[in-house]
Structures are given as structure tokens and as C-alpha cells.
Design a protein around this ligand. Structure first.
Ligand code: ZN
Length: 496
């Protein structure tokens, strides 16, 4: 208030209402207050912060933390670029952290905070050792191939793994592995185990595995039985195939096959031999081939000489041997080593013994087969009956034994040979000339020639005749061979 205006007031009567005076002061005061409030409000008003992302941010253990950020406005003006971020977040340590956004504004620095939590949100890993799919035989126990569980935070937690088998069906079980880490993250893995039937069914033939029939005799199918460990009786599923022509000489196969539910197949075979069993079969084989055969050995004085001659002449032969002692075992080996065929004459040559029964001779055969196999490694199937299949001496000891023996030996897989050229060296012929004449006159180039000779002890005449016989045969276009499983059987006629 100036002094001038006071003076003016004094000169001019002014009615002053008491109320007006009071009002004026109040207005001024109010204005001041309002101004102060406004100023205070301006002071109080902070920049407006808008969060990007969640209010509390989560970050995975050991991962990189990237702040989602904020936007800041102050009185409509974007001042985001003025924000200074202060964050000290160690993601290698689980826990709570804070980010500080320092926002400078007109009245200082406004600090805004946001919570950041480092968490373990990663599931552990289950590693299965062995295959994830396993096939095992249905009758075998499942053996766990092993597993491991590794967690990014807890490390090896294999011991926390639980294993639960879950049967899906008869042939399938799931093995379920579960594990939970300390943060509650779970993992599950499944191994499939298939129980399969890997065992083949068995087939049992009804009747003999080898059947011997004479030409024209009827073949009667006797069938077979099939059994499977898992599927039980499969007899109804057996398929029988093969053709047997009993009008035609030969060896036929009947096949029996069966499959179980898993497709495992078993095949069994029956051999049907159709021939003139026990009948003479003399004109067979490759024409002009000579099979020199020596019975009743080995002997330590004759057999080595025969082997020497055969070696010198480059000829292979066949030796039908009797039971031998240690002193002649080397000759059995030599026969095989020098490329000849080893064959069985019998366990004994004593007719009263070998033909006392079919079993007696058959037992001797099996014994000899094993013995020769032990000595030489060769399992021979070639035999010659003492006295030949046409002998008449055996009926003295057992009537009809030869009829039985020709069938039974064939059934057991043996092949018997008689001869169609006789040297006579075990009978009436006493000289090497006699042996030579018998053999050379007996050879025929229209058939194979099985020549019967002997290498029993003292039979020097055969040794002496042998070089001439070989030379004669060679000069007349014959060739030599040894008897094998492929050689057609030369047989005489059974007499009892
Ligand atoms: Zn003999």
C-alpha cells in the first residue's frame, strides 16, 4: 500500500463494509494457498511409469537376463531415454533381485523398482542307457539296462528316479521313469519292452524219419505233432508238402512245416526211399568206372602194401574195415589221409555173433562209425555186410535177419554195397594169377564195377595181382573212383 492511496481514501468518503474487507484478505489468502498447493502438487507429481512385461519378472537359472523395460512420461513428454537402469542380477543364484530405474525429473530423481526372481524352471533330463525299445523273449526276465537323471540346478539326481512298469498288453510293457528336481520340475521317460516269442515250435514225426518202400508199395502218411512253448499244441497248423511216387525208384522228401503265432517256423522232413530193397541192383552207376574195394582189414602186413601200390598208381579205392586195434590205427588214418574212402564191414566178422540178431549187427555198425570218426574225423555211411547182403550163412543164426538189416541200415542212414566183380581172393583162388584173371574178366564197361578184394593178413596174392589189374583197367579205358554217398548202390539179392 502506498501513502498516496491512503490519502485518497481519506479524501473520498468510502463506505467500507466490514465484510468486504474480510473477504478481500481471504481471497488473497486463498489464492496464495491455491498457488502453494499447485506448486506443491507440481513438486509431488512424479513422472508416470508404464511397465513393459510383468510387474515381477522371472528369469531362468543361468540364463541371460534381459530387462523388458519401461516407458516414462512426465507431463506428456516421453523421457524414457533419460532413465538410468541399475540392476545387479546374478542368474547363477536363485533368489529375488531388484531393478532400479532412476528417472531424473524437475525436482530431482525418481526411483522406480521392479522385482526380478531367478527361478529354476527347467526340467531335469532322463537319459536311458540301452535302447528305448527292447525286444526280449517272453520267457525271459526284463533286466534294467540303466538310466541317469541330470538336473541343470541339482546336478545328478539319478537316485530320485522312480521306475514304474505299466503293462500295456500281453506282449508289451512300458517302463516309466519319473524324476522331480528340487524346484518341482518333473520329467518322464518311457522305455517300451516287447516280449516276443522267439522260440520255434517243435515238430515230432509220427513214425520213422526214414521210410523204406519197395517200388509199388503204398506210402501211408502218418503225420506229425507240433508243439510250441508259448502257443501250445499247433498240430492242426502243420502243412504237409512233397510228393512221393512209389512207382518210381528214388528218395523223396515229405516236408512238415508249422508256424507259431509270432511267425517262428519249423520244418521237419521225412525221407521216403523207394527202391528194390533187398533186390539185386547190379547194372548201375557210371559206365566204365571201377571201384576197388578191400574188405576185412586193416592188416599190418597187407594194407600198407596195397596203399603203396594205390599211391604209386594214383588210384583211389574203398576200404571196408573191421574193428581195429591200436597197432593198425595208423593205417585207418593213412587210408583217409591218402584220399581213399573208409567204410564199415562190421564190428566183427564172426557170423555167429553179428547175425545173431539185427541189433547185434546194427550195434556193431554204430560202434564202428563212432570209432572211425574218433580216429579220422570222418563219419562214414558206407557199409558192406559180412558175406554180402545175399549171404546164406546168416539164416543159421537168425532167420530173415538180412531182410531186416537191409531196411534198418537204410533207415539209419547207412548205404550198403555188395559187388558185381568178385576176385575170389577169400575163397577158392589161391594165386595172384587167379585174382588177376577173375577181376579182369569181370570188368564191364557198360556199368560201374565194384570189385571185391581183401586186405586181411597174409593175402599176398591180392597185393601181387593189384598192379596188373590197375594197368589192365587203365589200358582198357576204365577209370577209378572211391565209393562216396553219391555212388549208386550196387546190391545183390537178399536170400533170407
Ligand atoms: Zn568180409
Amino acid at each position: 500500500m502506498s501513502s498516496e492511496s491512503i490519502e485518497k481514501k481519506d479524501l473520498t468518503p468510502v463506505i467500507i463494509y466490514k465484510g468486504d474487507h474480510i473477504n478481500k484478505n481471504k481471497v488473497i489468502g486463498a489464492i496464495i494457498v491455491i498457488v502453494l498447493i499447485i506448486m506443491f502438487l507440481i513438486l509431488l507429481k512424479k513422472p508416470s511409469v508404464k511397465l513393459i512385461g510383468d510387474k515381477v519378472e522371472k528369469v531362468s537359472y543361468k540364463s541371460e537376463f534381459i530387462d523388458s523395460g519401461i516407458t516414462v512420461k512426465y507431463y506428456g513428454k516421453d523421457i524414457t531415454n533419460k532413465v538410468v537402469l541399475s540392476a545387479n542380477i546374478n542368474t547363477s543364484e536363485l533368489g529375488e533381485y531388484q531393478i532400479k530405474y532412476k528417472i531424473p525429473y524437475i525436482f530431482g530423481t525418481y526411483v522406480y523398482t521392479r522385482k526380478v526372481v531367478v527361478i529354476d524352471d527347467m526340467s531335469p533330463e532322463i537319459i536311458l542307457q540301452g535302447n528305448e525299445e527292447i525286444k526280449i523273449s517272453y520267457n525271459k526276465e526284463y533286466e534294467e539296462p540303466g538310466y541317469k537323471a541330470i538336473d541343470n540346478y541339482d546336478g545328478d539326481i539319478t537316485k530320485n528316479v522312480t521306475i514304474m512298469p505299466k503293462v500295456i498288453n500281453d506282449g508289451e510293457t512300458d517302463i516309466i521313469y519319473k524324476v522331480v528336481d528340487s524346484a518341482g520340475n518333473t520329467q518322464e521317460k518311457t522305455r517300451k519292452v516287447y516280449f516276443i516269442d522267439g522260440v520255434k515250435p517243435t515238430i515230432e514225426l509220427i513214425g520213422d524219419g526214414t521210410i523204406i518202400l519197395n517200388v509199388g508199395e503204398e506210402y501211408k502218411e502218418q503225420g506229425a505233432k507240433a508243439q510250441d512253448e508259448k502257443d501250445g499244441d499247433l498240430t492242426d497248423r502243420i502243412e504237409i508238402g512233397g510228393n512221393v511216387n512209389t512207382k518210381q525208384e528214388g528218395t523223396y522228401s515229405v516236408k512238415y512245416s508249422v508256424k507259431d503265432n509270432n511267425g517262428n517256423e519249423t520244418v521237419a522232413t521225412r525221407e521216403i526211399m523207394v527202391g528194390n530193397i533187398g533186390k539185386a541192383n547190379m547194372n548201375v552207376g557210371t559206365p566204365g568206372v571201377v571201384y576197388l574195394t578191400f574188405d576185412d582189414g586193416p592188416s599190418s602186413n597187407i594194407t600198407p602194401q596195397i596203399l603203396d601200390i594205390l599211391k604209386e598208381k594214383g588210384v583211389k579205392a574203398t576200404f571196408f574195415v573191421l574193428d581195429y586195434g591200436q597197432n593198425t590205427e595208423h593205417l585207418i588214418k593213412r587210408i583217409v589221409e591218402e584220399g581213399h574212402s573208409i567204410a564199415i564191414h562190421g564190428g566183427s566178422h564172426d557170423y555167429a555173433v553179428v547175425y545173431s540178431s539185427a541189433e547185434s549187427y546194427l550195434n556193431g555198425l554204430d560202434y564202428m562209425k563212432e570209432k572211425i570218426k574218433k580216429t579220422t574225423g570222418v563219419e562214414t555211411r558206407t557199409i558192406r555186410f559180412p558175406g554180402g547182403s545175399s549171404n546164406t550163412v546168416s539164416r543159421k543164426y537168425s532167420e530173415g535177419v538180412m531182410s531186416t538189416l537191409v531196411r534198418e541200415t537204410l533207415k539209419k542212414g547207412y548205404r550198403y554195397f555188395d559187388w558185381n566183380v568178385a576176385s575170389g581172393d577169400s575163397g577158392g583162388v589161391k594165386t595172384s594169377e587167379g585174382v588177376y584173371n577173375n577181376v579182369t574178366s569181370g570188368l564191364k564197361n557198360t556199368r560201374s564195377n565194384v570189385v571185391l578184394m581183401h586186405d586181411f593178413s597174409g593175402n599176398q596174392k591180392t597185393v601181387d595181382a593189384l598192379p596188373g589189374i590197375i594197368d589192365f583197367a587203365k589200358q582198357n579205358g576204365y577209370t577209378f573212383d572211391r565209393i562216396t554217398d553219391k555212388t549208386p548202390m550196387v546190391t545183390q539179392s537178399v536170400q533170407n
